[in-house]
Design a protein around this ligand. Structure first.
Ligand code: C2E
Ligand code: MG
Ligand code: MG
Ligand code: MG
Length: 289
């Protein structure tokens, strides 16, 4: 029957594709196991106030501490987690972990009370009906003030301007959390959604920051996003700042906040402590160029 090439609903047997499916099933099983065995870890990347270079908070970024491969980045497993739905429990775990971490830092260091925690939400997580209750539960259990939690959502999600999207965004806002549009400018931008949806923060995608000093086109785009943020009274966060030139250009454009290797890479929780403790933060030290 399998020889009927696609006829009558039968699939052609394709050994290469069969191998792909097997590999995917194996990967999925490995991800499930990883979640059960707590092989995931959350790293934290400092977000700084650009003029002062002072720590204002963190973005929580998940990694897989793979028993054989070592530390694996999210771009290799988030798409599969998203496709299989495993992102829902994984994302919940990350959110819980990040909030607990912020609560622990705050308990230990009063200075940490001013810091915020930013957590990525995938489209599938966003569409999951239990999301709002889960966020509410995590805030309550960990004692993190809702206003200190930022949820990063993608532009593509906002493009689906459905009743359900609006309802979820408003329910999250009603909890008191802040909403950021991640990788802003990479989607099919329709600016009108920014007015309709209750977002607070625009994150300027790294691709615009990359060429900001060399390529005037990118500088113009970054500037436009900063202006847009100002007009709509949204905060702007630039991601992927790697050089002092990019930093000063963004400062001149009036971008308030940023993150990038220039300031700090994403690091494990225990490496963050010294940054919080130093007064002003270790990040506030002048850079030697
Ligand atoms: P994102 O949310 O846009 O996160 C920023 C990414 O840029 C991170 O990559 C970060 O390590 C990287 N980055 C920051 N500064 C620099 C820099 O100066 N130079 C360069 N080259 N890169 C920089 P990462 O950790 O590999 O994460 C990639 C993406 O995976 C994230 O992009 C986010 O979309 C997704 N992701 C990570 N953690 C989670 C999670 O817990 N849940 C979900 N749904 N997605 C996540
Ligand atoms: Mg993000
Ligand atoms: Mg981003
Ligand atoms: Mg990005």
């Amino acid at each position: 029957a399998a020889k009927a090439a696609g006829r009558d609903g039968y699939q052609v047997f394709d050994p290469a594709r069969h191998a792909d499916v097997l590999a995917e099933a194996e990967q999925r099983a490995a991800l499930e196991r990883a979640l059960l065995e707590e092989q995931f870890v959350v790293h934290y990347q400092p977000i700084v106030d650009l003029p002062a270079r002072e720590l204002i908070g963190f973005e929580a970024l998940v990694r897989w501490n793979h028993p054989e491969a070592g530390l694996v980045g999210p771009l290799t497993f988030i798409p599969l987690a998203e496709a299989t739905g495993l992102i829902v429990p994984l994302g919940r775990w990350v959110l819980d972990q990040a909030c607990r971490q912020l609560a622990a830092w705050t308990a230990e260091y009063p200075e940490a009370a001013r810091l915020r925690m930013s957590v990525n939400l995938s489209p599938r997580q966003f569409q999951h009906s239990g999301l709002v209750a889960e966020v509410a539960g995590i805030i309550e259990r960990t004692g993190v003030p809702a206003g200190k939690l930022v949820l990063e959502i993608t532009e593509s999600l906002l493009m689906k301007d459905t009743e359900a999207t609006v309802r979820t965004l408003e329910a999250l806002k009603a909890l008191g959390v802040r909403l950021a549009v991640d990788d802003f400018g990479t989607g099919y931008s329709s600016l009108s959604y920014l007015k309709r949806f209750p977002v607070d923060i625009l994150k300027i995608d790294r691709s615009f920051v990359d060429g900001i000093t060399a390529d005037s086109g990118d500088a113009t785009l970054a500037e436009a996003v900063v202006q847009l943020g100002r007009t709509l009274r949204l905060q702007t966060v630039a991601e992927g700042i790697e050089t002092a030139d990019q930093w000063s250009t963004l400062r001149e454009l009036g971008c308030e906040y940023g993150q990038g290797y220039l300031f700090a890479r994403p690091v494990a929780a225990d490496e963050i402590m010294p940054l919080i403790r130093s007064r002003p933060t270790g990040l506030a030290d002048p850079i030697t160029e």
